[in-house]
Design a protein around this ligand. Structure first.
Ligand code: CP3
Length: 324
């Protein structure tokens, strides 16, 4: 969850001389930035330093990432011809720098696993259709409801892209993959079921034979958990708005859970975090299939020392319970 980023002194120093996309497209710098949280925090896995927008470039989407705002798209995608113009990607050719970075990182990390990732089709579509970050997803929902043919074509192209991109990351050495569908919580359950779930099922099914755990993550998805579980990921991410025990009860056994510390707690300091972290681990101790994580990204103002203390706490509590 934004393990690498602006809360780190050495990331901020590097960003003085290099743009975000420069870091993401330079395999050596990308490998450095990806490995720093493992070195600095002692976390059990690294997540590739990249962005959900990166593979949209080779699809023909002109975007840039605006600091403190997010991705901005020059020409939003709103018609069938806009969708038809989107190109299929060939990761070996179009995203060779990502795959090279994955190779460098996995060699450097040794036994520490690397998580590859891609954006969820809905979340990617929301940026492409709105043209940037959005509060109400007006254009995206209108397209979804009123232009089913365009929506279907867009979602299918995004699923195809995500599948080849994740397969390529796994082939290059990533041991698990996470689909960041950060904004899917904006949908009513019926809309998720009709306009997103069929595509997510196809996406996870296409990756089933890869033997790398598939994580499905969203924010504000309290009303969607059962439906997200129907997409059949190996792991479901939840945020702090849903207690872990409730999430487990609702999705049943058979899918691991990941989450769900409120990142603002980490920002608020050790005293605001220590009891909660202990409780989370204690609550999940006797259940198989739990990955401690934040419920969303680390905020740039967070003290890295507190993050390190959280990792130590989780390891200690996990060991006491006989499981790290
Ligand atoms: O988690 C990690 O450490 C891996 C790297 C990662 C980034 N983005 C790096 C990044 C991952 C997994 C992402 C995914 C991503 N990108 C998502 C899904 C996850 C989530 O947070 O919900 C989304 C919605 C995006 C789109 C995006 N890119 C946003 C909203 C922003 C933040 C804009 C800002 O300045 O606050 C970005 C830029 C971005 N991606 C940064 C980082 C470290 C900040 C870049 C910088 O200026 O240095």
């Amino acid at each position: 969850m934004r393990q690498a980023g602006r809360y780190q002194l050495r990331y901020r120093a590097l960003r003085k001389d290099h743009g975000f996309m420069e870091l993401a497209t330079n395999p050596d710098l990308c490998a450095d930035v990806t490995c720093w949280p493992v070195e600095d925090l002692g976390v059990d896995a690294a997540i590739l330093f990249s962005d959900i927008m990166v593979p949209l470039g080779p699809m023909g989407v002109d975007f840039h990432i605006k600091e403190s705002v997010g991705p901005i798209i020059a020409n939003p995608i709103r018609s069938l011809s806009d969708v038809q113009r989107l190109l299929p990607i060939d990761p070996a050719k179009d995203l060779s720098y990502v795959l090279r970075a994955v190779e460098l990182i996995t060699r450097r990390l040794g036994s520490t696993p690397l998580i590859g990732f891609a954006g969820g089709p809905f979340t990617l579509a929301s940026y492409m259709v709105e043209g940037g970050p959005s509060r109400n997803y007006m254009h995206t929902k209108r397209l979804m409801w009123t232009e089913p043919v365009v929506w279907d074509a867009l979602m299918n192209k995004l699923v195809d892209m995500v599948v080849v991109h994740l397969k390529a990351q796994i082939d290059a050495g990533a041991q698990a993959v996470q689909v960041f569908d950060s904004w899917v919580g904006a949908l009513a359950p019926d809309d998720f079921a009709q306009f997103v779930l069929p595509y997510m099922r196809r996406l996870f099914l296409a990756l089933e034979s890869q033997k790398a755990p598939r994580i499905y993550f969203g924010v504000g998805t309290g009303s969607l958990l059962e439906l997200m579980a129907q997409a059949k990921p190996d792991v479901l991410g939840v945020d702090w708005r849903v207690p872990l025990t409730e999430a487990r009860r609702r999705i049943g056994q058979g899918i691991a859970l990941q989450g769900n510390l409120d990142p603002v707690r980490a920002l608020a300091g050790y005293d605001a975090v220590k009891d909660t972290v202990g409780q989370m681990v204690a609550t999940m101790k006797n259940q198989p299939g739990y990955i401690f994580n934040l419920g969303h990204g680390v905020l740039p103002q967070t003290d890295p020392l507190v993050l390190r203390q959280i990792v130590t706490l989780v390891h200690q509590a996990g060991q006491q319970e006989g499981k790290a």
